[in-house]
Design a protein around this ligand. Structure first.
Ligand SMILES: NC(=O)c1ccc[n+]([C@@H]2O[C@H](COP(=O)([O-])OP(=O)(O)OC[C@H]3O[C@@H](n4cnc5c(N)ncnc54)[C@H](O)[C@@H]3O)[C@@H](O)[C@H]2O)c1
Length: 249
């Protein structure tokens, strides 16, 4: 088992990529702290993984991040893995995005990355080890239409991931982003549903991938496992693209 005895916090664990990663990490022997603002989603993930602590709250809240990290450290004495998968998008160009929505997207996606890294790094420094896995998007590299706040936030996550990686590389802490293509999760389905011509948009998105299909959350979980485990011991400050050939096509 590749994560035997390791301790992991996963945000956004109540759905999609976070849930699939929780499942895989549990199979690989990790102790899990599952974080989400959706209590029912977390309960469902807990049912699937069997054993974990669950923490309901907003990842944009600094005190919440500190509390969860403290709880994990007091239970297990260490924190090996932080995966920040909580995220959401609102559609819109810079002209049509409401400023409050812009702030909310940044608070969850970027705040939900930096505040959790900020809470986790001191413990990882004490251990001289740790892996932080953030969630960007292929759109942070390629750009895309009508999703300006989300794409800007994902671009910020790429830069933030690199800067945290460089700042703490000699403390035994590795920090890497995953940039998925379109993954068939509730978030993706909601983003298509925003369009009047949802079927057309969905098919255009599917066909935009060289592989002509969407990814599934379990495929991103496998990359997260690689980054969480010692298999990636010389990998830090990178963006691992898992996009079915979107960027290449
Ligand atoms: N699905 C895709 O196509 C895709 C592509 C690229 C990147 N991503 C990224 O992967 C991550 C996971 O996405 P997903 O597709 O699994 O989405 P999802 O909607 O299925 O799951 C996201 C989870 O995050 C939680 N969440 C959102 N805002 C929160 C907040 N402020 N505080 C606490 N929890 C919050 C939601 O309740 C939900 O359970 C996100 O960061 C997303 O941007 C997804």
């Amino acid at each position: 088992m590749r994560l035997q005895g390791r301790t992991a916090i996963i945000t956004g664990a109540g759905s999609g990529i976070g849930r699939a990663s929780a499942n895989l990490f549990a199979e690989e022997g990790a102790h899990l702290a599952l974080v989400d603002r959706d209590a029912a989603g977390l309960e469902e993930t807990l049912r699937l993984v069997g054993e974990a602590t669950t923490h309901v709250g907003d990842v944009g809240d600094a005190a919440f991040a500190e509390t969860v990290v403290s709880d994990v450290v007091s239970r297990h004495g260490r924190l090996d893995i932080l995966m920040t998968a909580a995220g959401f998008s609102v559609g819109g160009t810079v002209l049509t995005t409401d400023p409050d929505d812009w702030d909310a997207v940044f608070r969850t996606n970027v705040g939900g990355t930096w505040l959790w890294a900020r809470a986790a790094v001191p413990q990882m420094q004490r251990q001289n080890s740790g892996s932080i896995i953030t969630l960007a998007s292929q759109l942070a590299i390629a750009g895309g239409k009508g999703n300006s706040a989300y794409i800007a936030a994902k671009g910020a996550i790429v830069s933030l991931t690199r800067t945290i990686a460089v700042d703490f590389a000699t403390d035994g802490i590795r920090v890497n982003a995953i940039a998925p293509g379109a993954i068939d999760t509730p978030m993706l389905r909601r983003s298509f549903a925003r369009h009047g011509n949802a079927d057309e948009v969905r098919e255009a998105s599917r066909n935009r991938h060289a592989m002509k299909r969407f990814g599934v959350a379990e495929e991103i979980a496998q990359t997260a496992l690689h980054l969480a485990s010692d298999a990636s011991s010389f990998t830090t400050g990178t963006v691992m693209v898992v996009d079915g050939g979107w960027l290449a096509a």
